[in-house]
Design a protein around this ligand. Sequence first.
Ligand code: T1G
Length: 705
Amino acid sequence: MAELVRLTKRDDVALITIDNPPVNALSPGVPEGIEAAVKQAVADGQVRAIVIVGAGSTFIAGADIREFGKIVSGERPRLTLLPFLLAIEDSPKPVVMAIHGQAFGGGLEVAMAGHYRVLAPKAQVGQPEVKLGIIPGAGGTQRLPRLAGVVKALEMCAVGDPVKAQDAVGLGIADKIVEGDFVEGSIAFAREVAGKPAPKTRERNAKVQGVLPTVFEAARERARKQARGLRAPLAAIDAVEAATKFDFFAGCEEEARLFNECLFSTEAQAMIHVFFGKRAVAKIPGLPKDVKPSEIRRAAVIGAGTMGGGIAMNHANAGIPVIVKETKQEALDRGLGIVRGNYAKTVAKGKLSQEAMDQRMALLTPQLTYDGFEQADIIVEAVFENLSLKKQIFGELDKIARPGAILATNTSTLDIDEIASVTCRPSMVLGTHFFSPANVMKLLEVVRGKATSPEAIVTAMALGKRLGKVAVLAGNCHGFIGNRMVAPYFREAQFLLEEGATVEAVNQALYEFGMAMGPLAVEDLAGLDIGWAIRQERAAYLKPRVRVPLVADKLCEQGRFGQKTGRGWSKYDENRKPAPDPETAALIETTARAAGIERCEISSEEIVERCVYALVNEGARVLEDGIALRAVDIDITYIYGYGFPAWRGGPMFYADTVGLPKVLARIEEFKKKHGKDLWEPAALLRQLVADGKTFKDFDKGKDGR
Ligand code: T1G
């Protein structure tokens, strides 16, 4: 077994190197190796100071998250890193933590057990545990407030965002930034502090005394707003508060109690599922291992509308020069005006410098012609959702694009093969389905056609990562993964209105379930006319005598498209604040009565089950059809593209937590009541229940490693 921790000597300084690729996680053997090396260095008379550093790209990225499942299942004992950290802290010789890359979670906790911390200029430190549904579990909530103060520690532990090197020094978390040769500079620093008293972080109590309780109340208020439904941020606040109430060791006990309470929660299992899921979706099983992404140096976007403008911004943000083509000057000016406005807002918020904005705007080339398109490595078509228009454009692009260029369409529903059929290069045609607003939403559905080449797929997936997106590969069908599944979700939301639920009750039930917005509120935001156009385009595919929602079309016929017209399912004031619309409620009631639909009280629980189980059932079919590679791909799609709560792990993970037998039984009840055309259980769901398996089991062996 490769040596996880090495001890070497530089004259009077011991250099302890942690080498557990890829991110030096505190996997079994690492804490033990560090402790043994420290003890050895302490016992070595020639050694006057100790430096601990990480090999490779980072210091320590935290505890080994892969071990948590084994702790919860009882395979491994609970986390007990405190004794190992005390061994470092109680070293009579100063221990200098030399941090490059990241000191995250347990990595920062190890660093804070040291007596001094020096940082490489680009280093980051942080306690991101709440992003995994847990809290620091190795003294982080007790040592960090002693270094950075309670207010900053609350923010770092309850929100989980990293702190840059310069700020870490300013906050007192670290002592110095080392420029130049980092290891040599760290050793030189160690020599400077050798022989000086080794300050123990746990004894630095000044910053945890006399803290007003209001500080914690304010933090809890913020957490309830910003992390709705999450337990971990509130637990992190409780733990930091313990540092101001108890001595260090009693505070660590309280932290450990809260840590285990979180670790054994479904919330943590779900968010750890999402952590690894986000990385798993990038791995495509079945593609030749030697296929490498081709380089994207230049891009071109057709359409400067809401989507085209956002897509162009993504490329400029990644430093890729991008041509933006429109058909009319006025549309071009409007589109680029919105882009400039978006950047200006970000600059005004202090999240982007004016200089960076100017650089990005300079990468955008607005024009009305195809000039320069022959140099683009990828061309993304983002015109409105019309098949014949998209085919016309792809026919034109096929004549001018350079060989090997990727021709991508931003369609959200249409047939990729149909679009590719008008080109002589279907192998280079695929879908890059961005989500609105494209410069904000993280999800990118990369849609493969039947002829799309592995090169094109890996290039588009790699580009997705470069644009800061979470790219998920989808097969070609109507609506791909996300929109195919969301259709029955919206269908049920509308049926529930006809059966007696109010617009507010449906929205509130899903909002309280954890969705970013209720389904009808989402439709009002996106515009009811979008769905109307798709329904008209799909009318020919409707099965006769199968129930369809009746009210949305009526609203659209009255020009009520949602927020953009001030009225849709709800009515909106000038600030787009929603309010119940009695006219909509009346229209729903009269339409339902005219259709002979029985109306009654409907519980929030049933509202959630009807909508979410419709999602899960269609999700199972998406897996059956191979449109999604794994259940986790569906989960990541819904969390990063459709506002599904990460703390529920995504629709398929959620179904596993409810228990597939219960989900299937409920679907069978809905089938009895609402008919098999709407609620026939997916064969895969039946099979998994019959085999006593879960969607997680379905994914096993599909990780593309
Ligand atoms: N444990 C196990 N595996 C990890 C890991 C970790 N902590 N961090 C990363 N990996 C794997 C990851 O799954 C991927 O695997 C590979 O390493 C590269 O990661 C006691 C309880 C450090 C910023 O939350 O944020 O400490 O896909 O693709 O983009 O209080 O990884 O190749 O098979 O993300 O360069 C707290 C988690 C843990 C940090 C690097 N720590 N990691 O990003 O690479 S809880 C975290 C990250 C804890 C203590 C508590 C990022 C990174 P594979 P990557 P990257």
